[in-house]
Design a protein around this ligand. Structure first.
Ligand code: NAP
Length: 500
């Protein structure tokens, strides 16, 4: 592996004692270390307010790895690279101490001045941290400097723009890595490969052959202890503005002229620019919302959203969104992209269903058993793979046509768990590959699209809430949204890949 593939870096992790760091970041760094993707030339400075010694912090890191990976070879050697700095991010003096520590570690581990600032903290601190990093000289380094930020990036277009302006005082756009952890998922990255490396799909990938595309991302979990945050967010901001629109952009974009960050982004941006804008009056024609009531999930009774911790008993917040997106360009004119996402649904699953148009003349017409349309299913999670639904003759004398499925299951091929999204994203940010992070142009366009919807929804109380029971696939209005076009949601719960 070249040095570019095994980059040296000082990772300054703000929010080092938090949930994200513990569950995702430490296990991901450990896996990268074990695979030799990061060498001994790395150091992590954990930053948070509570007082901890380096030893206590290292124990915290080791515990998290044991809990989440269950393995501990070379763990002491790995953890010895971790240092802790107790620091309130609003305290200017403390950044100077951080700078001194960074310089010492740079020297000790030959890090060539490379610095990755990872903000695993509440977004209201992002602007302050970036400004202090600049004013106190931490960004003044001879190596690269990069800022990795968690979602949410703003609350609407206006707040996102203000935040961006503050961050840009310290970092150039190409130094900012805005995480969308969906983009780190193996099968999301695979969308491009399926489309652009197979001669059989791309010629059909347009309005002549595709009837509609459905993207479903459902969760069985409720809001858990995140009620306070969720009340200000809802499914639209939490899922649609970022993950759902990113998946649509990847599905709909033109083939980039090269597989570079810039070319792929510019094609995604063109999709977002082609999204049909809605007037306020049209919002409810294209988008519907839901909120879960009490119900049963995985055999257990669960409370409705309004009875969750830190949730207003009269809450107007949506926990479910379904929408129809129209992409007004030559390739997609007339093809609806349906998206739906929600909490407390019947299954935890993210799937894309590409429904092809019916064949022009059906030689096997049988009103009792109509031919099934061809479907391409891209399974994003929990299983990863693709399934192609075709029609074939049932073996034997009868001329019955039966639907058959061709499966490719990622896990059954390499028999290993595919790497966690965070592992990929961390590695990419260290190597300077920003392809799977979101550019400001994408963030801005997505917010502008979503803002129209949230504006209408926040100003009209939804009287039907709660309108779907926990453990179902969402409210009736979501079915009606498709019925208006003569379509229906495919029952994605049944689309499982058989792994043998
Ligand atoms: P969290 O568990 O609440 O952790 C927050 C961290 O920030 C803690 O380490 C806390 O440590 C530190 N902190 C708070 N105020 C501080 C201050 N003034 N100065 C210095 N440190 C301070 O949050 P989280 O769940 O890890 O989430 C972090 C970010 O990731 C958020 O933007 C969230 O939206 C995003 N995110 C999280 C997840 C997830 O799975 N958790 C998934 C996707 C995105 P002290 O109390 O010791 O200061």
């Amino acid at each position: 592996m070249s040095n570019k593939q095994r980059p040296s870096a000082l990772i300054m992790l703000f929010g080092a004692t938090g949930d994200l760091a513990k569950r995702k970041l430490y296990p991901s760094l450990y896996r990268l270390y074990k695979k030799g993707r990061i060498t001994e030339r790395f150091a992590v400075v954990g930053v948070a307010r509570r007082p901890l010694t380096n030893e206590e912090f290292q124990k915290h890191v080791k515990d998290s790895i044991l809990t989440h990976i269950g393995e501990n070879t070379e763990i002491d050697q790995f953890a010895s690279h971790f240092y802790y700095h107790s620091h309130d991010v609003t305290n200017t003096q403390s950044y100077r101490d951080l700078k001194t520590l960074a310089e010492q570690l740079d020297e000790k581990y030959s890090l060539e001045g490379n610095r990755l600032f990872y903000l695993a903290m509440a977004p209201e601190f992002f602007g302050t941290i970036a400004e202090h990093l600049k004013s106190e000289g931490l960004t003044d380094t001879r190596g690269y400097k990069r800022l990795v930020i968690e979602k949410p990036f703003g609350h609407n277009f206006e707040s996102a723009q203000k935040l961006n302006d503050r961050i840009r005082t310290a970092f150039a756009e190409d130094e900012i890595y805005r995480i969308d952890h969906y983009l780190g998922k193996e099968m999301v990255q695979n969308i491009e490969v399926i489309r652009f490396a197979n001669a059989i799909f791309e010629p059909l990938w347009n309005n002549r052959y595709i009837s509609n595309i459905q993207v479903t991302s459902s969760e069985t979990l409720g809001v858990e202890e995140r009620g306070r945050y969720y009340e200000t967010s809802g499914a639209l901001r939490d899922m649609v503005q970022n993950h759902m629109l990113q998946m649509v952009a990847l599905l709909a974009m033109e083939p980039p002229i090269r597989l570079t960050t810039e070319e792929i982004r510019s094609e995604k941006v063109r999709v977002l620019r082609s999204l049909r804008a809605m007037s306020k009056e049209e919002v409810n024609e294209y988008f519907v919302r839901g909120q879960y009531g009490a119900g049963e999930v995985n055999g257990e009774d669960v409370v409705g959203y309004r009875n969750e911790l830190n949730v207003d008993p009269e809450s107007n917040t949506e926990t479910y969104v379904a929408g129809k997106l129209m992409i007004d360009n030559f390739r997609w004119a007339g093809v609806p992209f349906y998206i739906r996402t929600g909490k407390r649904m019947a299954a935890k699953s993210t799937k894309i269903v590409v429904q092809f148009k019916d064949i022009p003349m059906n030689l096997y017409y049988n009103p009792a058993e109509p031919l099934q349309p061809n479907l391409l299913i891209i399974h994003i999670q929990p299983e990863e793979g693709i399934t192609l639904h075709l029609n074939a003759k049932k073996s034997g004398k009868s001329s019955t046509i039966i639907p058959v499925r061709l499966n490719f299951a990622n896990k059954s091929v390499d028999r290993m768990n595919t790497p966690e999204a965070y592992e990929k994203l961390l590695y990419d940010s260290m190597r300077g590959d920003a392809t799977n992070f979101t550019h400001w142009d994408e963030v801005a366009l997505s917010w502008k699209f979503v803002d129209v919807i949230s504006d209408v929804w926040e100003n009209t109380k939804e009287k039907s809430f709660p309108n779907y029971p926990a453990g179902s696939m969402g409210p009736k209005c979501a079915d009606e949204l498709l019925q208006k076009d003569g379509n229906f949601w495919w029952d994605v719960e049944k689309f499982v890949i058989e792994t043998c």
